[in-house]
Design a protein around this ligand. Structure first.
Ligand code: HEC
Length: 474
């Protein structure tokens, strides 16, 4: 069994959850809760897929999504492929409820039911699904538009000097190039590569595009000249853990010409101090001289280097299952190698872990420079160094908060502006709100970057698009 600690925790939680929810709620509500508590981390909050496959419209790996088939696969799992067997943890009636829920989702998304008579073209469907732009809230003078649609599962962003934006993805398995159209307000989407394993990380170094997949790093040389030709790539020789849980690899070129890569903890919370997990590494561009840079990092999915001090800043996602309001997700700074950021002993700089803290104190570890709030899921960040935004907005940090997946009241779903004075955090306010409208999610921000004209772009893996923010006083 791959995640013994996690499985035990999940089972313990469930015992409580089922007692409190089953009596009072309609069946579908209870099934939904079971799904969110046990399955969403791998299959996505909306069954759209993450580390595990989509449970909607897709090519089913284990036969048609009939109730009987689903019960079989959920009960037995596919342990060698990281799908746990659930019969030890869930009762037969709970598994049957989940099977009903997934069968209904499969039918609703088209893989079980007949297809609609008039199929929209993908472009038309993407256009139709763009949320009402007036529902976004930005400070005065800022405007938001769609820069590119149909960037399925858009994750990390890397902008080349010529203004081409490279975009990683997750389950889509694709890397895209967004090529500015003549109007410069929108971009065409070109698929650079496909069939990759959750290639969320992208970065540019010496004219090459580096892509982080779960189990390897690949390099496309001279990418700006070759993106449209389904370019070949080289595999960079480097050996890092390839667990699927938190195993996706952001990658970023540092000002020192090295590549920085994190390896998340393969669990919600577990002690992996003596393994290669829960660390940030750096290495030469060819993969040589791999060294640990920071430890005690649960799951960072975004980092950036301060434009003046060149210091590494990174977000970290706090652990789950300690309730809605603790611990806080973190914004951290690592001015030198060898610092410890607390995981799994101390969370958010101040919360000792109920199981792992034994004999350790939060004072031993580097505290975050900002506590971003519980479950907000901070991912990408950037320092805005463009000239288009007013002075007060420059050289500050912008953090994409993907939003909570299991909090009672959703939080995050926003791009935050963290202002700095001499590298000290001063304020944390909303820069773009409106990805969450009441209880309706219209987008989930993943990464932020600046275009050569000083406008800012934001990727959204939920809507599968990239937004662009401009400033013009009006
Ligand atoms: C640790 C990650 C993880 C968790 C948690 C998880 N799954 Fe899975 N699941 C997977 C993976 C990976 C696969 C694909 C297995 C394969 O390649 O055969 C999968 C496959 C499946 C399939 C088959 C899909 C198909 O295409 O045939 C179903 C149904 C499913 N899971 C349901 C569930 C349910 C219900 C839960 C919660 C009770 C759950 N899973 C929890 C990782 C997970």
């Amino acid at each position: 069994m791959k995640y013994p600690a996690l499985r035990a925790a999940t089972v313990a939680c469930l015992a409580v959850a089922t007692l409190t929810t089953q009596a009072a709620e309609p069946k579908s509500g209870a099934a939904e809760k079971l799904y969110q508590a046990n399955c969403a981390a791998c299959h996505g909050v909306k069954m759209e897929g993450a580390v595990g496959p989509s449970l909607g419209d897709h090519a089913w790996l284990h036969g048609a999504p009939t109730k009987a088939n689903l019960i079989k696969i959920i009960s037995k799992g596919v342990p060698e492929k990281d799908m746990p067997a659930w019969s030890p943890a869930l009762s037969a009636s709970q598994i049957a409820m989940l099977a009903d829920l997934i069968a209904a989702n499969a039918a609703a998304t088209g893989s079980g039911a007949a297809k609609p008579a008039v199929a929209l073209t993908p472009e038309a469907r993407a256009q139709r699904d763009v949320p009402d732009l007036s529902g976004f809230k930005l400070p005065k003078g800022f405007h938001i538009g769609v820069y590119a649609n149909q960037v399925s599962a858009a994750r990390s962003l890397a902008v080349s000097d010529s203004g081409i934006v490279y975009v990683g993805s997750r389950k889509a398995g694709k890397v895209y190039a967004l090529v500015p159209r003549a109007d410069k307000q929108t971009a065409d989407v070109v698929t650079v590569a496909e069939g990759l394993e959750n290639p969320i990380g992208v970065t540019l170094l010496n004219g090459a595009l580096y892509v982080g997949e779960i189990s390897r790093v690949i390099r496309f040389d001279n990418i700006d000249k070759r993106y449209a030709q389904k370019p070949s790539y080289e595999v960079v020789k480097v050996s890092l853990p390839n667990d699927k849980w938190h195993g996706e690899k952001v990658i970023k070129a540092g000002p020192d010409g090295k590549l920085y890569i994190p390896v998340g903890a393969p669990c919600n919370v577990c002690d992996v101090e003596d393994t290669k997990s829960a660390k940030i590494y750096r290495m030469n561009a060819d993969g040589s001289q791999l060294e640990e840079y920071a430890r005690g990092v649960r799951n960072t999915v975004g980092f950036a280097f301060h434009p003046v001090t060149k210091v590494l800043w990174f977000t970290d996602n706090g652990r789950d299952e300690m309730g809605d309001n603790t611990p806080s997700c973190e914004l951290n700074v690592a001015p030198k190698a060898g610092l410890h950021f607390g995981f799994p002993y101390c969370h958010g700089g101040v919360v000792p872990d109920p199981v792992f803290a034994k004999g350790r104190s939060c004072e031993e570890f580097e505290p975050p420079v900002a506590k971003l709030g519980p479950h907000v899921a901070p991912l990408g960040l950037t320092f805005y160094t463009g000239k288009q935004f007013p002075e007060a907005y420059r050289n500050n940090v912008y953090v994409a908060e993907h939003g909570s997946w299991n909090r009672t009241t959703k939080s995050g779903y926003s791009v935050r502006l963290i202002t700095l004075y001499n590298s000290k955090v001063v304020t944390d306010t909303a820069f773009i709100d409106g990805f969450l409208r009441g209880e309706e999610v219209v987008g989930r921000p993943v990464d932020v970057a600046t275009l050569p004209d000083g406008s800012m772009i934001v990727s959204d893996d939920y809507g599968g698009r990239v937004y662009r923010v401009t400033y013009d006083e009006k």
